[in-house]
Ligand binder design. Sequence first.
Ligand code: F3S
Length: 81
Amino acid sequence: MAFTMVDKETCIACGACGGSAPDLYDYDSEGLAYAVLDNNEGTKEVPEHQQDEMMEAYEGCPTESIKVAGQPFYRDATKFE
Ligand code: F3S
């Protein structure tokens, strides 16, 4: 089970995540990323077939703003830190 969301407090709008995982991450009007599955709430399970690209985005974010966990975040990106 995997869940993901973006910490918009630390995202610097670098744009890497949408390149790695265009079906999972998009950008708001300020260029800040969010998880598209559940409008960045981190409550909807990431489908198995998208987990590789999720991990690619996770590893590629320069500010560690892509969050990944085995439990839902419920809108709190720092829940598991
Ligand atoms: Fe932001 Fe990291 Fe994506 S800085 S745009 S969450 S790669």
